[in-house]
Design a protein around this ligand. Sequence first.
Ligand code: 5GP
Length: 183
Amino acid sequence: MPARLTVLSGPSGVGKGTIVAELRRTDPHIWVSVSCTTRAPRPGERDGVEYRFVDRATFDEMIADDALLEHAEFAGNCYGTPRSPVLKHLDAGTPTLLEIELEGARQVRRTMPEARFVFLAPPSTEELVARLAGRGTESPEAVAARLARAEIELAAASEFDHVVVNHDVAEAAREVAALIEAD
Ligand code: 5GP
């Protein structure tokens, strides 16, 4: 029987990456899709692990080939989910997780409405702003773009099937894992 797709979304800085890293450790049977992006790697990020890092021409080619399940522009860079690995894992019965931003989640909602949509929310807006500003890996312009986008994303929480508040990484990861596994 095909497994279900779960989409984890929420504003930049809310801790989606940390939750996904925790899930990879605690629930290795869940397959996490590797997105393509035109963003430059951050220190420590490895091609093919956190992302597949591609140039704009390659990204555009993937769009033209209809090779992406969804794609969106975020803070000046392109991000997209390669379609065939997702379908392959679902067909094989492997619970599959996408960690993507709001526009991409909305596209998946249209094309795969049977997926489960989970919104990761910060304990408070103040905490999110502090986290985004304090990350130290982005230029002031990029931080400003992410903050503006975060407000839009926060307002969309009610579009999702479930909201998980990231008070504590281990607890939030357990909640997300339970949603991925639940019938
Ligand atoms: P970051 O640059 O911080 O790694 O990611 C920026 C945003 O892009 C995050 O909200 C992340 O969830 C989102 N993102 C990562 N991969 C994808 C993808 O394949 N598609 C879409 N739509 N968003 C993505």
